[in-house]
Structures are given as C-alpha cells and as structure tokens.
Design a protein around this ligand. Structure first.
Ligand code: PA5
Length: 443
C-alpha cells in the first residue's frame, strides 16, 4: 500500500523534461550534501537511521511518564511543537475527552504562545490531574517555552518535590549547548538529544515528535516505518515520474513561476488540520526568504467552503490548492431514510457520509479548477500512523527539493530573529540598552 499518490491532472501543468531534470538534480543535492544549508541534512536519512534501541529508549521513558501522570504537558514552539501536535491530532478521536473512561494520558501543549490566559487556564486545569512535562527546545533558549517551563516546573516541584520532579520532567534539547541542557543536567532530568544536523521543522521523527507521541499512545514504530518507506520511494535514484515528492516539488514551482503565489493546503478530514499547520511552518520557513516563496495557507473542508470558498472561487487568481485526499475513513456512518423527508434528504438515504464528502471534494475540485485554481491531489489511503509517517516525509523531501528549485537555502530562517530583537529591547533584557531606547522612541 503506497502511503502517498500524487495526481496533478487538474493543474493544467505538463512538467517539461528540463524541469524533471532540475528536480532530479535538486534531489541529488539533498543526497550529496553539496547544496545550500548542507549542515542541516540529517533528516534525509533520519527514518532509516533510527535504531531499535533509540525507539526502545523513547518507549521506556514514555511508559514511565504514562505510569505517573494522566496529564502530560508538552512544552515547545515551532518545530519543537507542531510535528507532535499534527500527528497527535491526526491520530486522535476529537471527542475522546467526552468519554468517561480515559485509556491514554492526555497530552496538552504549552509554550507555543505567551498568552497569560492560556497559561492560567492550563495550570488551573492541571490541578485536577497528576502531571508530568516534556520540555523541548533545540536551542534551549527560546523565550516562549522557557517561560512556560519555568511556571510548570515550579508547579511540579511544589506538588511533588524536587526529587520526584526529576522523574516527571523530561528534556529534549541539544547535546551540549543552551540553558535547557544546563538546567536538565543540573536537575538530573532524563534527556533526549536533537541531532545537530536536523533543524526544528524537520525534527518530527526525532524524540521531539516521537516522545510526546509515544506518551499519547501513538504507534511510533508504525510512524517511523511509514517514513522509511517514503524515504525509499523518494530516493535520488527513483525515476522522476515515480517519485511523488519530486512531482509535487516541480509542479508547485511551475505554478509559482506562472503567477500562483499562494498555495492552500486542505483536506476534508478535520483531524488533519494540524498537519496543515505543520506544513505551513515547513514550507513558509524553508522557502519564504530573499523576497521569494509561495505563501502557504490552509483550509479545512468542507467548513471553509462556507468562509474562504468565495475567495478561492472568485478572488485574485494567484492561488493553487493541494488537497490531502483520504480514501478510506476508519468508521462507517450511513444516512437513514426519513418517512416525512421534511429536509428533502431522502435522495441520500442509504449512503455513507464519506460518499457525500467525496462528492463534495470532487465537485469542489472541478469548480475551483474551472475558476482558475489549479488543484494538486495528494491521496492517502487512510489516516494511520504508518501513512502519516509517509506523508510527513513526503512533504519534507519535497520541501528540500522545492527550496533548491526556488534557489534559496531551505534550511535556515534568518528572518525569525527580527521580532526577538524588538521584543527583548522592549522588555529591557540586559545587553539591549541601546536598542531599548531606540525602539521605545518609535512606539
Ligand atoms: O524550525 C525552526 O528552527 C524553528 O521553528 C524552531 O523550531 C523554533 O523556533 C523553536 O526553537 P527551539 O527548539 O530552539 O526552541
């Protein structure tokens, strides 16, 4: 079973031989390590290099946290947050908290914002639970998770004492650098290392993603196996026409060159909403630089047909869409017949909801195409850990190739520093005295 099939028939694009060759070259550059940002290519062979003992170590620590806590707070931002959240939401029943019996610990997220209300409400709810925390930061110095961790660490220590806190807190960080590493060593927290050569947005298949997912009960071995399969399917030696990541990278660059500056990722399964968020970071941070790059946007369907649908159909013609199309739902619900038929829906009686969803998808695809919005379909057979692992790697591999086709370094993010400098200056951080005066004068 292939985890990803790509269909570009509804884009109006024929990929020229020259573009195919360039994309193959871009893929080869990722493998040879001779392209820009080549010190951050550890993700390319990450799935096949994860050892059984690494997975076992993650599962062991996850089992300890699961045994101690029914609420695990996962602290991180950006690449240290979105991958775990995306997979967790994809694999979760959105109504699980409504069930009286909880079979898995609940994993919630913190440190991905600096909202006082979010933090208060989380700490308030945490009082009713036995808690543990996973703190994730590659640099170990990012402000948002550092603030959240200071508060949550204090709460854990207040409730369980320092010694027990070291059994309930796990750090995922750089092997040697950063404040979090120093703190974790001093406090004796179990620690997992984020490899030097894997950037945040490519780190979901390291302990950054795997540990919280294992705690939540996701089958991380299936996730990794799916990614391994996709690593092989997108290898540099695979022919262009057989490589879904190469086709995706080439098509989106051709669309961009034809004036389609905005890509909307969407799906008809709401559980994939955070895959959209993860993808937005992956592509936005990798490609949006030097005044270039496709703007990554997203929709969740059919909900957003009733909000964004108007714009997509008739607004500025600078859009194209990529739809993650799920073939098989996990459950079956049929629409029943109604004797009175007051809602006029008896023409749907006996049909599965997924059949209606599928017809909505096909109808929208044609309508958008007719309206000048090219449509790429990324088809996945089902939402399972194995398939999602493949999907993640598919998007990563395509992103690396796509960035090289665009002519940027897809593995840096110099632009994210600008806001930090202003924020620190406004907060009077030591060392920012001059910047502080200057920025305050501009307010
Ligand atoms: O992709 C990236 O590099 C960023 O989004 C980082 O993941 C994010 O800024 C968090 O960084 P850190 O893990 O160092 O706290």
């Amino acid at each position: 079973m292939k985890s990803v099939k790509i269909d570009i028939a509804k884009t109006g694009i024929e990929i020229p031989a020259e573009m195919k060759a360039k994309t193959q070259e871009a893929n080869a550059l990722l493998h040879s390590g001779k392209g820009a940002g080549n010190d951050f290519l550890g993700w390319v062979h990450l799935p096949s290099s994860i050892s059984d003992s690494e997975l076992a170590a993650i599962e062991e620590v996850a089992a300890k946290l699961r045994a101690k806590a029914d609420l695990v707070i996962c602290i991180g931002i950006g690449g240290s947050y979105l991958g775990a959240r995306a997979v967790l939401e994809a694999m979760s029943d959105p109504f699980k908290l409504l069930h009286k019996e909880q079979t898995q610990p609940t994993v919630v997220f913190a440190g991905q914002n600096i909202s006082e209300d979010y933090t208060w409400e989380l700490l308030d709810a945490a009082r009713e639970h036995s808690i543990a925390a996973i703190v994730i930061s590659k640099s170990g110095t990012t402000t948002e998770p550092a603030i959240a961790f200071r508060l949550i660490k204090a709460e854990i220590e207040r409730r369980y004492g320092k010694q027990e806190a070291a059994e309930r807190i796990v750090a995922v960080t750089d092997k040697a650098r950063g404040a979090l590493k120093t703190l974790a060593t001093q406090e004796g927290y179990p620690t997992f290392v984020i490899p030097d050569d894997v950037g945040g947005r490519f780190s979901v298949l390291t302990p950054v993603g795997l540990l919280p997912l294992a705690v939540a009960g996701v089958d991380i071995r299936a996730l990794v196996a799916g990614a391994q399969e996709m690593e092989r399917a997108t290898d540099e030696h695979v022919a262009f026409d057989e490589n879904p990541a190469a086709i995706y990278a080439a098509t989106r660059n051709l669309l961009y060159a034809a004036g389609k500056k905005i890509e909307i990722l969407g799906s008809y399964e709401p559980r994939l909403q955070y895959i959209n968020e993860w993808w937005k970071q992956l592509y936005g941070e990798s490609e949006g630089k030097e005044g270039k790059g496709i703007f990554p946007a997203s929709v969740t369907l059919t909900a957003d047909l009733h909000s964004m649908g108007q714009y997509i159909q008739q607004g500025e013609r600078t859009l194209f869409e990529t739809i993650i199309s799920v073939v098989k739902p996990a459950h079956e619900v049929k629409i029943q017949s109604d004797a009175e038929n007051l809602d006029g829906l008896n023409f749907l009686a006996g049909k599965r909801i997924s059949e209606v969803n599928r017809m909505a998808e096909l109808g929208v695809q044609l309508a958008h195409m007719d309206g000048g919005v090219p449509n790429i379909r990324v088809e996945i057979p089902e939402v399972s850990a194995h398939v999602i692992g493949g999907l993640l790697y598919f998007f990563e591999k395509a992103c690396g190739m796509s960035g090289y086709l665009l002519g940027v370094n897809p593995f840096d993010q110099p632009g994210v520093e600008a806001y930090k400098k202003n924020m620190f200056a406004l907060l009077d951080k030591p060392g920012y005295e001059e910047a502080s005066k200057a920025i305050k004068a501009r307010l």
